[in-house]
Every structure is written in structure tokens, then in C-alpha cells.
Design a protein around this ligand. Structure first.
Ligand SMILES: C[S@@+](CC[C@H](N)C(=O)[O-])C[C@H]1O[C@@H](n2cnc3c(N)ncnc32)[C@H](O)[C@@H]1O
Length: 259
């Protein structure tokens, strides 16, 4: 199986955040990551049309559609059909609260089907560091971004305790697999004992996701070098630091990149 199919298989098996309904997912997500809501509010207020790349189960997409102005457009794409089915039911679950109807569809971020310069805003939350070729996906995002538009891209930050721990645990599992001749043995053991993870799917992701890349400030600057401007901030180490513009322990970079 090629790398991208493995990535898709993982996300079909383990849709991001777990949880069967939008109500449960949004409660968990915005409790853990409260800094996401002001970002979504800002996007909803500033942009009439948004593409989200790697939308997963559509939690942020549906939340955006609650907040965007009527007449706007939101398109969420992903390559996990299981996640997309959940995203569509999230839209149905809260349809009476939505200002606009979300569109969810299958796309590979590395080969988007949209024409050049289609969207004034592109959002991607914690997705592209799992893609086979992140650089190619960022190039595609720049291609479909309208001139003067902004991409808001969240990617793992290397110098953060959570990400560092994930790399260490993944390399320990790799050594164990090499000795035992197994494939992601700890992930498979975890899946065998727990069917639903109440706190989300971070542990499954740590051991199971085929690709997990992270970035330093310098490698983020290199990744976004073709954009006309780039602002980087760090987010996500917990509620107490959520309001800081630059969270010293944040596990995600937010790249605000203008074309
Ligand atoms: C960690 S989840 C994030 C999902 C969602 N943004 C969220 O925060 O809940 C990563 C998602 O990226 C998607 N993904 C990874 N590589 C992709 C690619 N090349 N094209 C489209 N989707 C991709 C996966 O299918 C998965 O749903």
C-alpha cells in the first residue's frame, strides 16, 4: 500500500477527535483548544468564502458555518470518507443554527481540483503534517488562494513538550516493531483494548498515524517562502495559556500566510 493510502486508512479507522456527534466533539475540542474559537470568529467575520483542507469530521467547518454571514460559502475537503460522512451529519445535526450550508468533499490536498485563485481564505487545522508531501500541499494551497487572500495553516511545532514526547514514543514503537517484526504494535494494542477514547484520539494518533512531521520556525519560513507575508504564532498548550498570542509551550504553529 502506498503512503497516502496508509494515511487515509488510518483516518478512516480513527477519525480525528473521535466522538460520535458534533455536540460531543465541539464540547471537547473548544474546551481543550479555546483559542480556536476567536480564530474561527475572525475568519467568519472577514471572509465570505472559505476552503478548509483536511477538515476531518467537520467540527471547525460546521462551527464556521454557524458564524459566517448568510450568502457565504464554506467548502471542507478531506481524503477520509469516514470523516467526511461524519462531517456531513454534523451539518445536519445543527442545520437550524447554520447561516450557510457546508459543502464537504473528497480531495487530496496535494492535488486540489479547484482552479487557480478560487478562495480568499484557506484554513487547515492540524492536517498537512500528516500528508505524504506537505510542501506540495502548501504549494497547492497557494495556487488556489486568491491574490490578496490569506491562508491560516496549523502545523505541529517541534519545540513543544507534546510534540517532542510524540516523536520519542513513536521512535520507541519503531524499535519495538523492528525487534518483534510487528507493525505499530502499541497502536494495535491500544485499539484492541479501547474502542472509544473519551478524551479524543491524540494517543491513537501518536502511535498509529503513518506520518507525523513537525516544524521549527526556520522550517516554517522555508515552507511558506513563496507567500508575500508570513506571521507565525504558537498555540495549544492548555487553557491557562490559551489567550497568549505566543504560547511558549504551544504544540501548533499558526501560519498566517498572505498571497
Ligand atoms: C488530525 S486530523 C485533523 C482534522 C480536522 N482539521 C480537525 O482538526 O479535527 C488530520 C486530517 O487530515 C486529513 N489529511 C491528511 N492528509 C491529507 C491529504 N493529503 N489530503 C486531504 N486530507 C488529508 C486526514 O484524513 C485527517 O482527517
Amino acid at each position: 500500500m502506498d503512503k497516502l493510502s496508509l494515511v487515509r486508512e488510518f483516518w478512516d479507522e480513527t477519525p480525528c477527535d473521535g466522538q460520535p456527534t458534533y455536540a460531543l466533539r465541539s464540547q471537547l475540542r473548544y474546551h481543550k483548544e479555546p483559542w480556536l474559537l476567536p480564530l474561527l470568529d475572525r475568519i467568519a467575520a472577514e471572509y465570505p468564502s472559505v476552503l478548509e483542507v483536511g477538515c476531518g469530521q467537520g467540527t471547525d467547518g460546521v462551527t464556521l458555518c454557524e458564524r459566517m454571514r448568510p450568502g457565504g460559502r464554506y467548502v471542507g475537503v478531506d481524503m477520509s470518507e469516514v470523516s467526511l460522512a461524519q462531517a456531513r451529519s454534523a451539518g445536519v445535526e445543527i442545520r437550524e443554527r447554520l447561516q450557510i450550508t457546508p459543502q464537504f468533499g473528497f480531495e487530496n490536498a496535494e492535488q486540489l481540483s479547484f482552479p487557480d485563485s478560487t478562495f480568499p481564505c484557506i484554513l487547515s487545522v492540524g492536517a498537512l503534517h500528516h500528508s505524504e508531501n506537505t510542501e506540495r500541499a502548501i504549494k497547492e494551497i497557494r495556487r488556489v488562494l486568491a491574490p490578496g487572500g490569506t491562508a491560516f495553516i496549523l502545523l505541529y511545532r517541534t519545540i513543544a513538550p507534546k510534540v517532542f514526547a510524540a516523536h520519542v514514543l513513536r521512535s520507541a514503537q519503531k524499535s519495538l516493531d523492528a525487534v518483534l517484526g510487528t507493525d505499530r504494535i502499541l497502536y494495535r494494542a491500544l485499539r484492541a483494548v479501547r474502542h472509544e477514547v473519551g478524551a479524543g484520539t491524540a494517543v491513537y494518533e501518536c502511535f498509529g498515524v503513518p506520518i507525523l512531521r513537525s516544524y521549527t520556525r526556520a522550517s516554517m519560513c522555508a515552507l511558506f517562502r513563496d507567500f508575500s507575508s508570513l506571521t507565525l504564532t504558537a498555540h495549544g498548550s492548555g487553557r491557562s495559556l490559551a489567550r497568549l498570542a505566543n504560547d511558549p509551550f504551544g504544540y501548533l504553529w499558526l501560519a498566517e500566510a498572505a498571497k
